[in-house]
Design a protein around this ligand. Sequence first.
Ligand code: HEM
Length: 72
Amino acid sequence: MTHAASLDYWGTERQGPDLAHVADRTYGATKEWQLVHVKDPRLLSFGSFMPSYAHLPGDHLEALAAYLLTLK
Ligand code: HEM
């Protein structure tokens, strides 16, 4: 392996699941689930290392949840 190939570049390695069709998951199909999950992933997914996005303003969280629900 070359030196360059051994480095970890941000954005080059998947850290979480593919979010395509995420709104089709039985549990993820509601705005409430998406809002709770992005604010506190560990509340819904025990042991998850996904960071909390609770610091985002409420309207940003609403927009994020609305976007996630379009991924069918
Ligand atoms: C705004 C940014 C993010 C959004 C909107 C987001 C959204 C989501 C959603 C909707 C799921 C559930 C997927 C499913 O059940 O199939 C999920 C899961 C997950 N995400 Fe994220 N994610 C974000 C950032 C991140 C980051 C930065 C990481 C890692 C550093 C991460 C790691 C994970 C992991 C490990 C899971 C599986 C465990 C769980 O459901 O909590 N996510 N994410």
